[in-house]
Ligand binder design. Structure first.
Ligand code: THU
Length: 134
């Protein structure tokens, strides 16, 4: 069984692969499936800036493309190059992608690997627009 701290540490390790030569802001994410597997991701930037993808979406797209649909929790670690922020919140687009696959009570762990706090998706994305609205 993967505990929260282990998931945060996986996010921290994934951050080491961040490709962020433009922003110098490095992010790692670790996504735990209900079956106990961890899919990690980092942000991958591009000279054409809009082609950049965030760490969270990298993790989700890796998992979903491998057939995963049921998720337990997501851990995120980020910050400027050379330092780790106490807290790196997911961007709005990533929150929307999370909402596509996860319920309102889905747990999102934000922190620096040592200290972190769990939030629900509903807290981070209230009044969300999802498939239930279509
Ligand atoms: N970034 C993420 O990977 N996740 C977030 O939640 C916030 C932002 C990345 C995108 C870009 O490569 C860099 O951080 C600066 O925005």
């Amino acid at each position: 069984m993967t505990d929260d701290k282990t998931l945060m540490q996986a996010a921290q390790r994934a951050r080491e692969n961040s490709y962020s030569p433009y922003s110098h802001f490095r992010v790692g994410a670790a996504l735990l499936t209900k079956s106990g597997k961890i899919y990690t991701g980092c942000n991958i930037e591009n000279a054409a800036f809009s082609a950049t993808v965030c760490a969270e979406r990298t993790a989700f797209f890796k998992a979903v493309s491998e057939g995963e649909r049921d998720f337990e929790a997501l851990a995120i670690v980020g910050g400027k190059e050379g330092e780790t922020a106490d807290f790196c919140a997911p961007c709005g687009v990533c929150r929307q992608v999370i909402a596509e696959f996860c319920p309102e009570n889905f747990r999102i762990l934000l922190g620096n690997g040592e200290k972190f706090q769990a939030y629900t998706l509903e807290t981070l994305l209230p009044f969300s627009f999802t498939k239930t609205n279509l």
